[in-house]
Design a protein around this ligand. Structure first.
Ligand code: 5GP
Ligand code: ZN
Length: 130
């Protein structure tokens, strides 16, 4: 059984911040910033490609609830809402979850994007993905 399924079952302790019928939100054991929370469907799905729409919508509803709560309580300057899909993207727990990471200043978390647009034909990509 995966670590989040064990947490949901109650076999591994966690710090719960939100719970409803379908979703559990817990503090990430490694706090990237104060209040870093993981929003997890109670039913096991490996990733965003596997999760079914009703469950996904339930998770995203809870993501907004958790974000609003952190916002009121800790008044961060901003948030990163993050999901890693598969090992290639840094996923380490193979049970779908969304990170809610409050941001207190520009340097507390490093998420970098480099502009590679010159290497691609954007018209073609837009056509491909339409
Ligand atoms: P991922 O890298 O898969 O997107 O994120 C997995 C997250 O789960 C990591 O940030 C890691 O700190 C967190 N995590 C792993 N094991 C546990 C645990 O047993 N309890 C809690 N609360 N978080 C965990
Ligand atoms: Zn699981």
């Amino acid at each position: 059984m995966c670590v989040f399924c064990s947490i949901i079952k109650g076999d591994i302790p966690s710090k719960k911040v939100y719970e409803d019928e379908n979703v559990l939100a817990i503090l990430d054991i490694s706090q990237a910033t104060k209040g870093h929370t993981l929003v997890i469907p109670k039913k096991h799905f490996a990733n965003i490609l596997e999760i079914e729409y009703p469950e996904y919508e339930n998770v995203m509803y809870a993501v907004k609830k958790v974000t609003e709560k952190i916002n009121v309580v800790y008044k961060p300057a901003g948030f990163n809402i993050l999901n890693n899909c598969n090992e290639a993207a840094g996923q380490t727990v193979m049970h779908f979850h969304v990170h809610v990471i409050p941001r207190y200043d520009n340097n507390d978390v490093k998420i970098e994007f480099t502009d590679h647009s010159k290497e691609y034909d954007l018209n073609q990509i837009a056509e491909d993905l339409k």
